[in-house]
Design a binder for this molecule. Structure first.
Ligand code: AGP
Length: 612
């Protein structure tokens, strides 16, 4: 997803734009650019590549008190300087940066911009020329912006400079995130508070169809009826600050080390579960089935959640968000739709929420970003508390999401009085006691997690993974989901093709790929299923493949067909999905780094995919 920033104040805008764009790098990008006034001259400077390359000697010499900046993750149009932002209108009246997608761009271009010679393939340049078209007609900035908003369809967060006004930055927004940072004799615009958190923790959230402008002392914000509005100034100081990477080389390793705290803090949040304002007994009393919807790692967490709900005898299904939109849905009013999204900004998932709302369905989201869009459009929000996750590969959020789903399933069990022993039911205040007991157990487990112990176990496998042509992950039941998440983690940051299979499925075709260049990781965390997966290990070994087992059952180490054994701590069955993934999160990191990749910013990927 793209990132936009803007600064106007008494200090040098270039310093802020550099800081802000670096802070927005985590959103994923392939080019960056800035626009600034210098002696009333509006200049655009943009390049393909890293932010640090953009802020070269030439740019760092500039002194300006107003500017906008952008990190672009290519969607409309290839990766090129011409397609990078900021974009200018034909006569350079308008310069702007954009995060989002304009769905009716071609229609607007054909209707209003006939004969205009566009320099890029982007929807953003069309927006700049559209705004110029109206501004040159009515010479009123806010009226022109209002007309523009009435025409645009799709998602946008726009920061705009008019070449005849070096005192104000204009903005408008729909669906893409936009916040204003309130400083001393300066104001900021950003896609999120990280863009200016070093300068101020005071911020204003801009909502859909709001527009206006900021200058160094003031701002004016208008609602979709062009009524001037006053908005609450919030404080993001209480969000877990993103320190720098501290002693870690990458955010991903820092965030893996934060997994124990992520689990603990999420569970602490759930103590006295019903005190979480969203937890509404009536909601849960009325539902008869749950549908979980998400993408990527969050989808894998949903699959674990589905199993947790089914364990207590509750009807639950999971769908990939981008499929849910097109699968025929049977809408039933006693279904609760649960959306899982670390960022809360994933377009595929947000579109599913909007589809559910069109059918008056009940929606609950589980997210790590309390200010994200998904919290605004879902009926209920169950937050996880893992702290900002910067690395593109999601790690601690997965552990937090699984905890959240385990606690929610336990809560549901008591609310619905499913499979509860009679003697338990007549005890006072049963469910909150039981939930708090569960939470205490999870917190105890989180304190027993030793990341360094896992590193010592898995780091020696780095070379073996690097040399493998194919890497398979296999498992049964919960372990198959862990295999899915492991395969995603490895491939997305090492670029090694790695695939997950239900262990019983290998023999139905894929085993033909097994040879002495194949490495298979087998999860065995359910004792009753271990013999089945050991059979699969024999099948792999007899065809020359290498096998690594990830399991808490030390007795398996003696099994002659295992090349390497990764020992998990022994915990109650339900808790394995929370911790069993950690070794592969770590190993994927080391393989990526040893291949010379940057695990925080893997190629082609963005931290949150805000386009469908
Ligand atoms: C996970 O490592 C990936 N970065 C990706 O699959 C991610 O989980 C997916 O895009 C969903 O993101 P969300 O949780 O923010 O909605």
């Amino acid at each position: 997803m793209c990132g936009i920033i803007g600064y106007i104040g008494e200090n040098n805008a270039i310093d802020f734009l550099h800081y802000g764009l670096k802070k927005l790098e985590y959103r994923g990008y392939d080019s960056a650019g800035v626009a600034y006034f210098n002696k009333n001259q509006l200049t655009v400077y943009k390049k393909v590549g890293q932010v640090d390359n953009l802020f070269d000697e030439k740019l760092l010499k500039v002194n300006s008190n107003i500017g906008i900046g952008h990190t672009r993750w290519a969607t409309n149009g290839k990766i090129s300087t011409e397609n990078s932002h900021p974009h200018q209108s034909f006569s350079k009246t308008i310069t702007l940066v954009h995060n989002g997608i304009i769905e009716n761009c071609t229609e607007l271009k054909n209707k209003y911009l006939k004969g205009i010679n566009l320099q890029s393939e982007t929807d953003t340049e069309v927006v700049a020329n559209l705004l110029e078209f109206f501004y040159l007609k009515n010479h009123h900035k806010l009226d022109s912006i209002k007309i523009l908003m009435s025409l645009l369809k799709g998602s946008y967060a726009l920061a705009i400079l008019f070449n005849d006004d070096c005192e104000n930055i204009y903005f408008l927004k729909n669906r893409s995130p936009l916040v204003i940072g309130c400083g001393n004799n300066c104001n900021f615009i950003s896609s999120d508070t990280l863009g200016f958190e070093k300068y101020t923790s005071k911020y204003i959230e801009i909502d859909d169809f709001e527009f206006g402008y900021i200058n160094k002392k003031n701002m004016e914000i208008f609602d979709k009826n062009s009524k001037k509005i006053t908005k609450n100034v919030k404080d993001c100081a209480n969000f877990q600050k993103i320190n720098n990477k501290m002693q870690f080389e990458h955010y991903m390793l820092k965030e893996i080390f934060e997994i124990p705290d992520a689990i603990k803090n999420t569970c602490e949040l759930y103590k006295n579960f019903e005190s979480i304002k969203i937890i509404n007994k009536n909601l849960f009393n009325k539902i008869k089935r749950i549908k979980l919807i998400a993408c990527g790692t969050s989808y894998h967490a949903s699959l674990i959640g589905e199993k947790y709900f089914r364990e207590i005898g509750f009807d639950a299904y999971t769908e990939i968000a981008s499929e849910f939109l097109y699968n025929k849905q049977i809408w039933q009013k006693d279904t609760l739709y649960i959306f899982i999204s670390q960022s809360g900004e994933t377009a595929d998932t947000l579109s599913c929420v909007e589809l559910c709302k069109k059918h008056n369905a009940k929606t609950l989201c589980i997210t790590n970003v309390p200010t994200s869009r998904i919290t605004k459009i879902c009926d209920y929000t169950l937050p996880i508390c893992c702290g900002p996750e910067i690395a593109v590969a999601s790690t601690k959020a997965f552990n937090g999401q699984v905890c959240s789903l385990l606690v929610l399933s336990k809560y549901l069990q008591f609310i619905k009085k499913i499979n509860i022993k009679k003697k338990k039911l007549n005890k006072k205040d049963t469910h909150s006691t039981s939930i708090n007991k569960l939470i205490s157990k999870i917190i105890k487990i989180s304190k027993s997690i030793n990341i360094n112990t896992f590193i010592r176990q898995v780091k020696p496998l780095t070379q073996m993974v690097k040399e493998s042509k194919n890497v398979f992950f296999v498992g049964k039941d919960y372990d198959y989901v862990l295999a899915l998440e492991s395969a995603l983690k490895l491939k997305e940051i090492s670029y090694i093709n790695s695939v997950a299979y239900p262990s019983g499925e290998l023999k139905h075709g894929t085993i033909s790929l097994v040879d002495n260049n194949t490495l298979t990781f087998a999860y065995i965390t359910e004792k009753k299923l271990s013999s089945k997966t050991l059979n699969v290990i024999n099948q792999i070994k007899s065809r020359g493949g290498k096998v690594v087992v990830i399991s808490p059952f030390i007795e398996l180490q003696k099994f002659e067909n295992i090349d390497y054994f990764i020992k998990l701590p022994e915990v109650n069955n339900y808790f394995y999905p929370i911790i069993s993934i950690i070794p592969m999160q770590i190993l994927s990191y080391y393989v990526s780094v040893s291949l010379g990749n940057n695990p925080d910013k893997p190629r082609n990927l963005a931290k949150s995919v805000t386009v469908e």
